[in-house]
Design a protein around this ligand. Structure first.
Ligand SMILES: CC(=O)CC(=O)SCCNC(=O)CCNC(=O)[C@H](O)C(C)(C)COP(=O)(O)OP(=O)(O)OC[C@H]1O[C@@H](n2cnc3c(N)ncnc32)[C@H](O)[C@@H]1OP(=O)(O)O
Ligand SMILES: NC(=O)C1=CN([C@@H]2O[C@H](COP(=O)(O)OP(=O)(O)OC[C@H]3O[C@@H](n4cnc5c(N)ncnc54)[C@H](OP(=O)(O)O)[C@@H]3O)[C@@H](O)[C@H]2O)C=CC1
Length: 296
């Protein structure tokens, strides 16, 4: 297996493409606009430079990695010789069903169709294809190049052969695969999202401010990021979509997204990717932070 297609060049798609390309796979990266693809490749380049700065990669390996990636705006043109497709487009069920229908139509018969969905039913996605045995969840964590975990989610009809191939491939990428069954939010987000939602509820109720809530969790529980900063990093739209899938899937109010999260997404405050969420990521704020560091 050497030809991989990644669909979506956003937060996760570029990290997944980076990881496969650095492990020697040929990657066709697909998004709807050339702009999104250019941003994705720019992020991969920045992250490869980080690894070079740590002394863990050479300029030659960076060039090889980038050389393994080709970009496409048309799915049909990208998937003709694929062995594996990993879909990492927006967390929206209807969109994923449509993309899987196209993947099934245009990809070779033996190609495995994986999704990086955070929460949506693998069984439902598989039903949009005529090869449900070859559909599987391959849920990477953000940021993909450094997080070790991959949840491997078996849909109702996923074959053992498909599972074994993807489980072993995750190890080839230097990751640690964990086998998970197909229920809303799987394991990672079933546990993480209620914590993020509760931290938003805590803010909404005026118990403490953004930095105070994050400081409690960072210094009190040794989390690398506070939950509100993590929500910004994941994308508030993604958090909202995941909570809605769990709320609908379990019919349990404990997963109901807090109204503040709903409002922020409606206002376009999506976190790091939009420049503002619970924190401000605009260039002017970044410049302010740097000048404060130097004035100390
Ligand atoms: C929503 C879902 O469906 C599932 C999910 O993914 S949930 C989100 C899961 N992810 C997390 O919980 C991440 C929590 N945060 C962290 O672990 C850390 O804050 C972090 C690893 C992101 C950054 O760590 P940090 O100590 O604050 O920063 P920093 O020292 O600059 O970076 C640590 C390493 O990460 C790398 N790194 C940081 N940000 C990166 C990025 N965006 N992409 C690639 N590499 C990155 C750095 O180069 C550095 O590498 P080395 O270890 O080789 O030196
Ligand atoms: N963010 C996170 O921390 C994590 C997210 N995930 C999952 O990964 C997937 C992607 O999320 P994330 O990367 O955060 O989302 P982003 O919004 O950052 O990126 C999604 C990308 O997909 C593109 N896209 C939309 N429709 C299509 C299409 N038809 N064909 C190709 N590309 C398309 C979007 O383009 P445009 O912007 O133009 O619409 C965008 O560039 C989701 O399923 C999410 O749940 C999994 C783990 C962690």
């Amino acid at each position: 297996m050497k030809n991989v297609v990644v669909i979506g060049a956003g937060t996760m798609g570029n990290g997944i493409a980076h990881t496969f390309a650095q492990s020697g796979f040929k990657v066709n990266l697909v998004d709807v606009s050339q702009d999104a693809l250019d941003r994705g490749v720019k992020t991969i380049t920045t992250n490869l430079d980080r690894i070079i700065a740590k002394g863990n990669l050479t300029e030659e390996q960076k060039a090889e990695t980038l050389g393994n990636i080709t970009t496409f705006t048309e799915l049909k043109e990208a998937v003709g010789t694929a062995d594996l497709i990993v879909e990492a487009a927006t967390e929206n069920q209807d969109l994923k069903l449509k993309i899987f229908g196209q993947m099934d139509e245009f990809a070779p018969e033996n190609c495995i169709l994986a999704t990086n969905t955070s929460s949506i039913s693998i069984t439902k996605i598989a039903a949009a294809t005529k090869r449900a045995d070859k559909v599987i969840g391959m849920h990477f964590m953000n940021p993909v190049p450094i997080m070790k975990l991959v949840e491997i989610i078996k849909g109702y009809s996923t074959s053992k052969e498909t599972f074994d191939i993807i489980y072993d491939m995750s190890k080839t990428l230097g990751k640690v695969p964990v086998e998970v069954n197909d229920y809303p939010g799987f394991v990672a987000n079933r546990i993480l999202m209620p914590m993020i939602n509760e931290s938003i509820e805590t803010l909404y109720n005026g118990v403490a401010g953004v930095e105070e809530i994050d400081t409690v969790m960072k210094l009190g529980m040794a989390h690398p990021m506070g939950p509100l900063q993590l929500a910004d990093f994941i994308g508030l739209d993604v958090c909202l979509a995941i909570l809605n899938v769990m709320y609908d899937g379990f019919k349990n109010p404990k997963y109901a997204p807090n109204p503040l999260l709903v409002n922020m997404v409606m206002a376009g405050k999506l976190g790091v990717k939009s420049g503002e969420g619970f924190y401000d990521y605009s260039e002017s704020k970044k410049a302010e932070k740097v000048s404060k560091m130097f004035s100390k």
